[in-house]
Design a binder for this molecule. Structure first.
Ligand code: SF4
Length: 374
C-alpha cells in the first residue's frame, strides 16, 4: 500500500486554526501534517496565532516555502513575485498571489504522493473551498455534515452507481435502520425532479455515519487517497460545526480568537449626532488584501497606520488595490462617509444582537480566497 500523506493548511484564519485543534483532539489517530504558506505580508496577529497553535498542537507547523528568501533580492515572497511578474498588483481577476504563494508551494510539497487535505469550511457555509486539480489530492471537510468533496459525491451518486450503493447499504445497514426507506432514495435516479443535492440531503438525513461508510466502500474501488486507507475515523463523524463552535474551540483551547476579528468601537457623526458603531477585520491574509471591504481599510488605517502607509507605497499610477486609491480613502471626510455608510448598513440589517460582530464576519467572508481566509 502506498504511503498516504494527510495535511491541514493553516491560513492564519479562525476556521483552519480551529480545525487543527479539532483534528488533534478528536482524531489523534490521524497523523496530520500541519502547514502554512507565508506571503511575508500577514498581520502580526496572524503570526501570533500560528505561534500559539504550535504549542497547543504539540507539533511544529511546517512552512511550505514559495521562495528561497536568502537568495531573493526582495527577501520576502510577495515582493519577490511582484518583481518577477513586472510589478503588477494582484487583483480578484489576476490573483497571482494565491497561485504563487499558496497553491504552488502546496502542490510542490505534495508532489505525486496520494494526499488527504483537511479543509475548515464550516457547516454553516455554502462554499466548497479549494479543490486541487491534481488527482492525487483529496479534500475532506470535517466541519460539514457532508465531509466529502463535490467530485466524490458526483461519482458516488451517479445513476450508473446505484446498484453498488444499494448493495452496500444492504450490507452495512443495522437493525435500527429503515432500509426500505433508504433504498427508495438510493434507487431513485437523479433527474431534474430529484437533483443530486436532494438525493444527498435525503441520504444524509437518514444516517450520516451509514452514508459515510458506504462512501468509504465506494472510494476503495477508486484511486482516491481515502480509499487506500484501511480505516478512516472521519467516517464516524456526524458533528456539524458553525461559527459559534469555531470561536468556542479557539477560546477553550487557550489559543484565543485572532484579535483582528474582535470588534473595536468607532464614533461617527450622522445628522449632527454622534453614533457608535464597531468594526473589525473579517479575514486573515495579507494586510493589503484587495478583497477587503472599505470599512476594513479604515480599520487598517486606524489600527495599523504604518501598514496602511506601506500599502499606499505599492500603488502606482493606474495600479491601485481597489478602484479608489488609498491616498483618497484616508482623507477624513472619506473615512467619515465610509463609517457612516457602514453604521447605517449594519443598523438597517438590524444586526443588534450580542453576537453582531460575528454576523458581520459571516456576511463579509463569502468573498475572497479560501486558501488565504479559511
Ligand atoms: S490574502 Fe489576498 S493578497 Fe494575500 S495572497 Fe491571499 S488573495 Fe492575495
Amino acid at each position: 500500500m502506498s504511503e498516504i500523506k494527510q495535511v491541514l493548511g493553516i491560513s492564519g484564519g479562525k476556521d483552519s486554526a480551529a480545525l487543527a485543534i479539532y483534528m488533534s483532539r478528536k482524531h489523534p489517530d490521524i497523523d496530520v501534517e500541519y502547514y502554512t504558506c507565508d506571503t511575508g505580508k500577514e498581520l502580526k496577529e496572524t503570526y501570533d496565532l500560528i505561534n500559539k497553535l504550535n504549542s497547543v498542537l504539540g507539533k511544529d507547523i511546517r512552512l511550505y516555502k514559495s521562495i528561497d528568501e536568502l537568495n531573493s533580492p526582495e527577501k520576502n515572497p510577495f515582493d519577490h513575485f511582484m518583481a518577477v511578474g513586472g510589478g503588477y498588483l494582484p487583483s480578484a481577476t489576476a490573483r497571482w498571489c494565491t497561485t504563487k504563494m499558496k497553491l504552488q508551494p502546496f502542490e510542490e510539497e505534495i508532489g505525486d504522493t496520494p494526499t488527504i487535505s483537511y479543509v475548515g469550511i464550516r457547516g454553516d457555509e455554502n462554499r466548497e473551498g479549494y479543490i486541487s486539480k491534481k488527482e492525487n489530492i483529496q479534500s475532506i471537510f470535517p466541519f460539514r455534515k457532508n465531509i466529502w468533496s463535490e467530485d466524490v459525491i458526483k461519482k458516488f451518486l451517479s445513476n450508473s452507481n446505484i446498484d453498488f450503493v444499494a448493495a452496500h447499504y444492504r450490507l452495512l445497514a443495522g437493525e435500527n435502520h429503515d432500509i426500505e426507506l433508504i433504498l427508495q432514495y438510493v434507487n431513485l435516479p437523479i433527474s431534474p425532479r430529484f437533483t443530486q443535492r436532494q438525493k444527498l440531503n435525503a441520504l444524509l438525513e437518514t444516517d450520516v455515519k451509514l452514508f459515510n461508510k458506504v462512501v468509504f466502500e465506494f472510494l476503495k474501488t477508486t484511486d482516491y487517497p481515502v480509499g487506500k486507507l484501511e480505516s478512516f475515523s472521519l467516517v464516524d463523524n456526524d458533528e456539524v460545526l458553525g461559527i459559534d463552535d469555531i470561536f468556542y474551540i479557539l477560546e477553550n483551547s487557550g489559543v484565543g480568537i485572532p484579535t483582528y476579528y474582535l470588534p473595536i468601537e468607532y464614533t461617527v457623526e450622522i445628522d449632527g449626532e454622534l453614533k457608535h458603531g464597531t468594526y473589525s477585520r473579517s479575514r486573515s491574509g495579507c494586510f493589503f488584501c484587495f478583497f477587503q471591504q472599505k470599512i476594513e481599510w479604515v480599520w487598517l488605517l486606524e489600527q495599523h497606520p504604518d501598514l496602511y502607509e506601506e500599502a499606499i507605497k505599492y500603488e502606482k499610477e493606474g495600479f491601485t488595490w481597489t478602484i479608489e486609491p488609498l491616498i483618497e480613502l484616508k482623507k477624513p471626510e472619506r473615512v467619515n462617509s465610509i463609517k457612516k455608510e457602514h453604521y447605517l448598513r449594519m443598523n438597517r440589517n438590524k444586526i443588534k444582537t450580542a453576537n453582531n460582530w460575528q454576523d458581520e464576519i459571516l456576511q463579509a467572508e463569502g468573498e475572497g480566497c479560501a486558501s488565504c481566509f479559511i
